[in-house]
Write a new protein. Structure first.
Ligand SMILES: [Zn+2]
Length: 68
């Protein structure tokens, strides 16, 4: 669990996940992810950068497409 940089509470929720970046004006998927988190204790918002598990994401995505 991630700690809030303001109050060190681990009581926080992910409010959005971004794994795309605009490169040369085009939207590209990147192999890292930004997560916007909101601390439930102090209400501050902070961003974390994580390496995404690309293979897992790809499999998951293909699995999702098959079900559509
Ligand atoms: Zn906090």
């Amino acid at each position: 669990m991630l700690k809030c940089p303001y109050c060190e509470s681990t009581n926080n929720v992910c409010v959005s996940t971004i794994n795309r970046a605009t490169i040369n004006g085009k939207q590209r998927q990147v192999n890292y992810v930004w997560r916007r988190r909101k601390c439930s204790s102090c209400g501050e918002k902070f961003t974390t950068h994580e390496k995404s598990e690309q293979e897992w994401n790809k499999e998951k995505y293909l699995d999702l497409l098959e079900k559509l």
